[in-house]
Design a protein around this ligand. Structure first.
Ligand code: FAD
Ligand code: UDP
Length: 380
């Protein structure tokens, strides 16, 4: 009946389902345990008629034109450049930390001197990860690096990850580098935009194909069994391929131990005024228990006397109780993941792809690129 079973209707599963159905005329069954498609990119209109992102703010940005061209088959776009402020010492200043921030947090002469020092060592418009800047031997830049580290990174990272920046892979804090220039945007990519009618609508048009059947509210394990090296779908041996986008440790019943994740308690609030804050997101590195507040009206403009905000409270991930959002990057966890990866490769008909399946901090554009690559190389 089906040539492929795809587990998970997030970006990874949906892109591969779409390619298989439209390019190979293959029959695809997509099974999704949630009651909706879209994975963590799922958005919907709330009671204030505002399009909100249920699993946290999702901003599309990429330098990859192929990804944009591919997704443009399924959506029109609105131009949108994300800007973030950080609440530091009672003041909201632009981040990534840049020259504008410098002049907001220091007196004029001090800011000028630091700007000159930065330009002595780094190119204009370049990005410097905080953990790199911390290695400087220049006394003034050491002072600046310590300031940025303490005011922006140390406590935010402690809330988000329960760790210090240097205890994790440097790539995590390098996502928000110190910017040697005056660009206040959170990302510098050449394509920054938002699907006109949201992510769910875009993914819905990907999956809208006669060859694709979707089963919502269904866990993979309810319909499929893994016996030795074979899959049994609805009780019969399945000869097709299984594309799995869920957690790799769960699939193999935690045989090498649990892969740790960070979770987030997403708390939405309606505020009885037209706007709550100046920009879409304000980060609170040092104050309160949440990391950031996002106001969705800035992302999807809506005429409404009310506004919806989201406060994110990071938490430890506990199986069965909350959602695994962020893989945690330590050597120990990577070693554990490698054991699962090796084990998964013993199953000829199994392809693991996605943020959970590959235990990687993929952004949306990364996952679309990866899914297209997997389709070309491993599935076709
Ligand atoms: P997912 O979206 O997690 O989809 C996997 C799907 O599989 C889920 O729907 C799950 O329910 C289903 N599933 C799992 N196990 C089973 C099972 N056993 N049976 C059936 N179904 C199963 N990226 C950006 O580019 N920009 C951003 O601003 C951004 N912000 C983010 C903010 C947060 C808080 C988070 C957590 C992520 C953010 N991302 C962002 C990353 C983005 O969410 C991911 O790149 C993308 O969702 C990954 O898609 P995926 O298909 O791999 O995983
Ligand atoms: N970060 C920080 N302070 C900030 C913003 C980011 O310390 O104000 C660090 C933190 O460790 C965070 C990482 O940089 O987890 C990546 O931030 P990003 O905004 O990319 O996180 P995401 O949107 O993926 O949650």
């Amino acid at each position: 009946m089906f040539d492929y079973l795809i587990v998970g209707a997030g970006f990874a599963g949906s892109v591969i389902a779409e390619r298989l159905a439209s390019q190979k005329n293959a029959k695809v069954l997509v099974v999704e345990k949630r009651n909706h498609i879209g994975g963590n990119c799922y958005d919907y209109k709330d009671e204030n008629n505002i399009l909100i992102h249920k699993y946290g703010p999702h901003l599309f940005h990429t330098n990859n034109k192929e990804v944009v061209d591919y997704l443009s088959n399924f959506t029109d776009w609105d131009i949108y450049s994300h800007e973030v402020l950080a609440y530091i010492d009672g003041k909201k200043v632009p981040i990534p930390f840049n020259f504008n921030t410098l002049y907001e947090v220091f007196p004029l002469l001090k800011a000028k001197a630091l700007e000159e020092k930065l330009l002595k060592y780094y190119d204009y418009n370049s990005k410097v990860p905080i953990l790199e800047l911390k290695k400087t031997t220049d006394k003034d830049l050491q002072f600046l690096a310590d300031f940025i580290y303490e005011k922006i990174f140390l406590n935010y990272t402690a809330k988000q990850w329960g760790m210090k920046p240097e205890e994790m892979d440097g790539a995590v804090t390098a996502r928000v580098p110190v910017f040697i220039g005056r660009d206040n945007r959170y990302f510098n990519d050449s394509y920054q935009m938002i699907p006109k009618n949201g992510y769910t609508s875009m993914i819905n048009s990907m999956l809208d194909h006669k060859n694709i059947k979707i089963m919502l509210n269904t866990d993979f394990k309810e319909i499929c069994e893994l016996k030795e090296k074979d899959f049994y779908l609805f009780g019969s041996k399945f000869d097709g391929k299984v594309i799995y986008t869920g957690q790799i440790d769960e699939l193999f019943e935690y045989k090498f131990g649990e892969l740790p994740y960070r979770s987030v308690d997403m708390k939405f609030e309606t505020v009885e005024k037209e706007f709550y804050q100046e920009k879409a997101t304000v980060n609170y590195p040092n104050d309160y228990d949440f990391t950031r507040i996002t106001e969705f009206k800035h992302i999807h403009p809506t005429n409404s006397p009310k506004t919806t905000i989201l406060k994110e409270y990071p938490q430890e991930y506990i199986i069965g109780q909350n959602t695994p959002y962020y893989p945690i990057f330590t050597n120990e966890n990577q070693e554990k993941y490698s054991k699962y990866l090796e084990h998964s490769q013993e199953f000829k008909s199994l392809v693991m792809v996605g943020r959970l399946a590959e235990y990687k901090y993929y952004d949306m554009d990364d996952i679309v690129e990866r899914a297209l690559e997997v389709f070309e190389k491993e599935v076709r």
